[in-house]
Design a protein around this ligand. Structure first.
Ligand SMILES: [Zn+2]
Length: 467
């Protein structure tokens, strides 16, 4: 660009000063136009009403300069020096995805931060964030000044990590030349929502229609999974009721949702209403209005659905061994690769190839119950002895390994060391509330019922009308 300017300058030597000035305006306008295309973060150009350039303000330089106060050739030249340097350097926000094998130090090194700078950042960040928590796939964003041609980093401004939604850790270069690390947190607003509606189609669809977020719907189903068979027990015209919390960020996004304060299902003449309560020990569970603990039991089937029960529990003729034998579990046939779900909360005791069982997992749920799963195609990621699992978590996939004639899961429930029929096990209940816990709980229930009076009243009235 400077060459063009020199060229124009030579060409214009014998012309009048006035013409030079006019050309100066034209060049400045072209310059501003180029800037607006390449780097409009930097430049505010203003053209006054009489079509003359009043000023060209350059931002983000050490000093903001009003370059076009006079229209001497020197001044136009200095304007173009600035224009061309801005075209050479560009401020960008670069998104960085953490790759396998990366760590904070290697990332800082790639941002051309020297070893002592990186060490300083490393020791400062520790009070907010454990740098070894950085995982492959995590996204960071860096604000940098670069040379757009070579992508060389001219200057590092800042690096932002987002350990979780609504929270940021910002590393920046301070005026003193040292790095600063600070944590920023959005002020979250807690919002309590309620919804009720008639069930038609699936429960999820019905809840979605009333605007309940899908994570909350999943939690709702989990709460009742212990006591209700949604396919058999819930019919068209039944109703759901829900009171749940959302945490909202300042820009109106739902940061966290899911805690359900009350979950209700009205099925023909029965209402099952469960309230969330944290007892004095800090344990959270769901209780009926009277403070009775929600019934919990192991799944009767460790799959979302099966094609058929290919072999029931008890005495049967064995198709491979060709004689009668007791079948100590239930076989659920399902296509290869169907996810197998943990029958209850617990800890994996065994996950290995185990003779006739093929790929086999055993989970201990409590002092009374364990479950076992055979013939798996493979184990889900992370499933190994000692892994804690929750009810419904995928632990492996349906296969036909070991002594098996086709894809199915062999499911065993062990109660006090004896294998029992998974289809007839009795529901076991948690601890009911009493004393101070019960008093506190009853007050909370009354508060919820008063606050959501309309919802409860509406559903009570329609219940009476049906009777
Ligand atoms: Zn079996």
């Amino acid at each position: 660009m400077i060459n063009i300017l020199n060229y124009i300058e030579t060409k214009l030597k014998h012309r009048t000063k006035r013409k030079i000035i006019t050309l100066g305006y034209v060049l400045a306008i072209i310059g501003a136009f180029i800037l607006s295309l390449t780097n409009n973060n930097y430049v505010n150009a203003s053209v006054s009403s009489n079509e003359r350039f009043d000023y060209l303000e350059l931002e983000n330089l050490t000093t903001s300069q009003d370059l076009y106060q006079d229209s001497s050739v020197d001044n136009i030249r200095s304007l173009f020096n600035v224009v061309s340097s801005l075209v050479r350097h560009k401020k960008i926000v670069k998104e960085i995805t953490v790759q396998k094998g990366d760590n904070l130090i290697s990332i800082l090194k790639n941002l051309s931060i020297d070893r002592s700078g990186a060490n300083s950042i490393y020791s400062k960040i520790k009070q907010y964030y454990n740098p070894t928590d950085l995982k492959a796939g995590q996204k960071l964003s860096a604000s940098l000044l670069i040379n757009p041609q070579t992508e060389e980093i001219i200057e590092f401004y800042s690096l932002t990590l987002t350990p979780q939604l609504g929270e940021r850790i910002v590393i920046s270069l301070g005026n003193d030349g040292d790095y600063q690390v600070k944590k920023e947190k959005d002020e979250l607003v807690q919002e309590i929502n309620s919804a009720t509606g008639e069930i038609s189609g699936t429960l999820s669809q019905s809840m979605q229609r009333q605007g309940v977020p899908s994570r909350v719907i999943n939690n709702f189903i989990q709460i009742f999974a212990y006591s209700i068979d949604f396919r058999k027990d819930v019919r068209k015209g039944d109703k759901f009721e829900i009171v749940y919390e959302n945490q909202i960020s300042p820009d109106g996004k739902i940061v966290k949702s899911g805690d359900i304060l009350y979950a209700g299902l009205i099925m023909r003449k029965d209402r099952i209403g469960l309230y969330r309560f944290k007892n004095a020990r800090g344990d959270v569970d769901y209780y009926t209005e009277k403070g009775l603990a929600m019934k919990r039991t192991l799944y009767k089937m460790p799959l979302h659905k099966c094609s058929r029960i290919s072999s029931p529990f008890g005495k049967r003729y064995h198709p491979i061994l060709k004689h009668y034998k007791i079948h100590w579990g239930v076989d659920y046939a399902a296509p290869y690769g169907t996810p197998i779900l943990a029958g209850g909360d617990g800890v994996v005791q065994v996950a290995k190839y185990n003779g006739a069982y093929g790929n086999y997992v055993k989970i201990r749920h409590n002092s009374e119950f364990s479950t076992a799963y055979g013939h798996m195609k493979g184990f889900a990621r992370g499933i190994a002895p000692g892994t804690r699992v929750t009810q419904g978590q995928v632990i492996g996939y349906v296969g036909s390994t070991g002594r098996s004639t086709g894809p199915h899961v062999h499911y065993e429930v062990v109660q006090n060391g004896r294998r029992v029929n998974p289809r007839t096990i009795k529901a076991s209940a948690g601890e009911n509330l009493s004393g101070a816990n019960l008093n506190k709980f009853k007050k909370m229930v009354a508060d919820i019922q008063t606050s959501y009076n309309t919802m409860f009243a509406q559903n009570n009235a329609s219940q009476l009308a049906k009777k």
